[in-house]
Structures are given as structure tokens and as C-alpha cells.
Design a protein around this ligand. Structure first.
Ligand SMILES: O=C(O)Cc1cc(O)ccc1O
Ligand SMILES: [Fe+2]
Length: 441
């Protein structure tokens, strides 16, 4: 009998690790050995440094890559002119609407009828902080029905955390190709040129634009050297390049405004590179959750995949937290999230399945927003069930929700305040929580 072919743990086309010093070449000998700037590079390539941190940043957070490319980036920009991407908003973006504060929830925003690419299909929901002081973030959905062709983009305002919810995307970036499908995420660093192609019909998902320090892995403290997000599960693409002489346009997001320049070739022309400033992807199903194995419900920070620090210890500019499949085993405990008011502002999305605190109304592709100090918690149905259910070990299967949580209040865009899937009756999910106090113990 023929044996089934052995499946390798190594993902072809990617290099494993988080923040490693990678090296990769698409043509043999393209990468200089032992130095960054030879007098003449192999293949007639130009050497260029792309810095993701100030030159003098401490070693642990110093990030840069050396790119060996057909033309230097300066030849990928002619004169810029202003352009509009009307629904992509940037902080500060205040007073766009007159909706009162409140707990908010949306169904999946509708796919536009017009053609939308990964860039024109961004619909910003909230902005927080200020791009000019490199603090805060913006949370968006993307609704994409067309691939980018001879159209390229880079974001000078922040790194982009892409969380697909349906369909898939292929990011052709300067440093290589990343395919990302629901259950995976990818990060495209500030300044990295790319175009996005659809993999399988229209795509939708969520985007966090992080204006602050880059996402990194949280310290594990007493958890030790393993579990949560393990570095080997982060995958950076190997070098791949286009040598394409066709009329193209490059759009840049800079200071919340958009600029375009027309060029006669593809800017994705990096033949080889080395360094630690690079795009990467991560499969959220490789996250190894650690939780309460006897009683009580811990803080959701135990599920932090990545954190973008703000400079103040323990106070993230953005935390990216997931609620993955897991066993629920706590004894004599109310197992779902408790009622709470938090200083951090929580933007949540659902990739698939059901979220335990909100069995109804929070649907895949939907969004909830619980802003700074606005009370929330399990809805009445979830509360009743979790208060009375027999507490056997129970597996939460086929479920994946996430949260972009920031220290800065999240302000709604006019799109978020007016999109037809805004659930104006969200607050009613707590209406069934009645007074149970009788005075008797
Ligand atoms: O509000 C939410 O659903 C997110 C959340 C989950 C949890 O387990 C504890 C706190 C919290 O904010
Ligand atoms: Fe919460």
C-alpha cells in the first residue's frame, strides 16, 4: 500500500520566527555577503535601507532591512498629487457625527456595489489618538471585490494588522508574497509597498492601523518559555520580485491624506533582502491558550497575541487579543466574561462561530464597540444560561473572536454612525437582566 506523503511542518515560501534577522534571495548571489553596501551590487541592483525604528533605538527594538532592488525607491515616486480615498479616516477624526455615546454593535457592513480594492474598500469605523504624535490606532473593515492591478500602495502612517473574515487575500509585498485567509492574520509594516489580490471571490475582514510602536509579543512572565503565540508560528515571506515595465500608480497614505504618483514599472522589485523589518503572517489557530483550570474567569489579557506598547508600562497603545477554541472547566464559577467597565476601549470582531458572552446578534463579520468606561458584559440569555448550567468540562468549538483594545477612546466615523447595519436595539440585549435581590441570602 502506498503511504500517504509526509506533511512537513515547514511552510514553503516562508521563514519562521518573530523579529529574526532574516536573509533571502530570489536570485543566487543577489545578497552581498558580509556587508550591506558593496561598491557595486550583483546583477546591477541598488542597495537601499528601510528603517522601521530610529537608528539609535535600543537593540531589542531596532528594526531595519537592507533591500537589493532593480531601482531605488526614489525612482518609484515621480511628483505626487493629492487623491481621495473617501472612507479611510485617520485620527484625530472627531465630531464627524452626533450619535450619543453608548454600547454599539453592527452587523456585517454591506459589500459596496462599486468596484473596491483593498485600498478603496477600507471603511474606517473608529479612530483613536493622533497620527501626528504617533499614538493610537484606527479600526476599519475592508470590503474588497477587485484585485489591485498595476496599482501599488504604502502606508506611512502606521503598520497594518489585517484580519480576514471571509475570502482570502494575496499580498504581493516588496519583500515577498503573503497569502492570508480567515483564521490567519498578517502585518504589513509602515512604508512597505504592496498590492493585494483576491484569492477566492470577494474578501472582507478587519484592519487595525497602528500609529504607535510596532506590535510585539507580550512577555509571558510565570507562564515561561512556551504557549500563547509561539515565535516559530510567525511566517515571513522569502524574497520574490516583479520585473515589470507597465504604467502603474503608487498611492501613499501620509498624515491621514492620500497622494498618488504615476510610474512606468512595478515598485515590487526587491530581488534579495536581509534584516528584521518585514511583513509576516500568523495562524491564530496555532495560539496555545492558557487559562483558569480550577475556578473564576481571568482577565482577557491572557489571550493577547500581540501588543503594541505605548511607552507606559502595561498600558498598550493597542493589544490584539483573541478568543479562540478552548476548554471551559472552571468549577463553581460564572464562566463567560463578567459584567465590567474598563479604562481601555474595546473594538471586537467575530471571524467565525459564536462568542460566549453574546450568543445572538454578534455575528461573523459584525463589530461591537465598548468604549472607555461604558458598562457591558454578557447579554441576558448568556447570563441566565451560565448562572444555571451544570458545570461540566465544556469545549468551546468552532469559534474565533478578537479584540483591538486601546488606551485611547475610540471615536466613530460618520460611516460607522450611519451604516445601515448599526443595531440601534443593541442595548436591549441586557433588558432581561431583572432585579433578583430579595434581601434574603
Ligand atoms: O467585553 C468583552 O466581551 C471582552 C472581554 C472578555 C473577557 O473575557 C473579559 C473582559 C472583556 O472585556
Ligand atoms: Fe469588555
Amino acid at each position: 500500500m502506498m503511504e500517504a506523503p509526509m506533511k512537513s511542518a515547514i511552510l514553503a515560501g516562508y521563514m519562521p520566527g518573530f523579529g529574526n534577522d532574516f536573509e533571502t534571495e530570489a536570485l543566487t548571489g543577489a545578497l552581498p555577503s558580509g556587508q550591506n553596501s558593496p561598491q557595486r551590487c550583483a546583477y546591477g541592483l541598488y542597495a537601499e535601507q528601510l528603517s522601521g525604528s530610529p537608528f539609535t533605538a535600543p537593540r531589542g527594538i531596532n528594526e531595519r532591512s537592507w533591500l537589493y532592488r532593480i531601482r531605488p525607491s526614489v525612482k518609484h515616486t515621480g511628483r505626487f498629487t493629492r487623491t481621495d480615498i473617501p472612507f479611510w479616516k485617520t485620527a484625530p477624526c472627531l465630531d464627524e457625527h452626533d450619535l450619543a455615546i453608548g454600547q454599539l454593535r453592527w452587523g456585517p457592513p454591506p459589500m459596496p456595489n462599486a468596484a473596491t480594492t483593498f485600498v478603496t474598500g477600507i471603511r474606517t469605523m473608529t479612530t483613536a489618538g493622533d497620527v501626528n504624535t504617533q499614538t493610537g490606532m484606527a479600526a476599519a473593515v475592508f470590503l474588497v471585490n477587485r484585485s489591485m492591478e498595476d496599482e501599488y500602495f504604502f502606508n506611512a502612517d502606521g503598520e497594518m494588522l489585517v484580519v480576514p473574515q471571509s475570502g482570502g487575500l494575496r499580498f504581493w509585498t516588496e519583500l515577498g508574497r503573503i497569502d492570508v485567509t480567515p483564521g490567519e492574520i498578517c502585518i504589513i509594516p509602515r512604508g512597505m509597498k504592496f498590492r493585494a489580490e483576491l484569492l477566492d471571490g470577494p474578501a472582507r475582514g478587519y484592519l487595525c492601523e497602528n500609529y504607535g510602536a510596532k506590535f510585539t509579543l507580550p512577555d509571558r512572565g510565570p507562564i515561561g518559555a512556551n504557549c500563547l503565540a509561539n515565535p516559530r508560528d510567525f511566517k515571513t515571506p522569502v524574497a520574490a520580485f516583479e520585473d515589470k515595465e507597465t504604467p502603474s500608480e503608487l498611492t501613499v497614505k501620509w498624515g491621514g491624506k492620500f497622494y498618488v504618483t504615476r510610474i512606468g514599472h512595478s515598485p515590487l522589485d526587491v530581488v534579495a533582502w536581509h534584516g528584521n523589518y518585514a511583513p509576516y503572517k500568523y495562524d491564530l489557530r496555532t495560539f496555545s491558550p492558557v487559562g483558569a483550570i480550577l475556578f473564576d474567569h481571568p482577565d482577557p489579557s491572557i489571550f493577547t497575541v500581540m501588543t503594541a506598547p505605548s511607552g507606559e508600562e502595561g498600558t498598550a497603545n493597542v493589544d490584539f487579543v483573541i478568543f479562540p477554541e478552548r476548554w471551559s472547566v472552571a468549577e463553581h464559577s460564572f464562566r463567560p466574561p463578567w459584567f465590567h467597565m474598563n479604562i481601555m476601549s474595546e473594538f471586537m470582531g467575530l471571524i467565525y462561530g459564536q462568542y460566549d458572552a453574546k450568543p445572538d446578534g454578534f455575528v461573523p463579520g459584525g463589530i461591537s464597540l465598548h468604549n472607555c468606561m461604558l458598562p457591558h458584559g454578557p447579554d441576558a440569555t448568556a447570563f441566565e444560561k451560565a448562572s444555571t448550567v451544570e458545570l461540566k468540562p465544556h469545549k468551546l468549538t468552532d469559534t474565533l473572536a478578537f479584540m483591538f483594545e486601546t488606551r485611547f477612546p475610540q471615536h466613530l466615523t460618520s460611516y460607522a454612525a450611519s451604516v445601515e447595519t448599526l443595531q440601534t436595539d443593541y442595548i436591549d440585549c441586557w433588558a432581561g437582566l431583572t432585579k433578583k435581590f430579595t434581601g434574603a441570602p
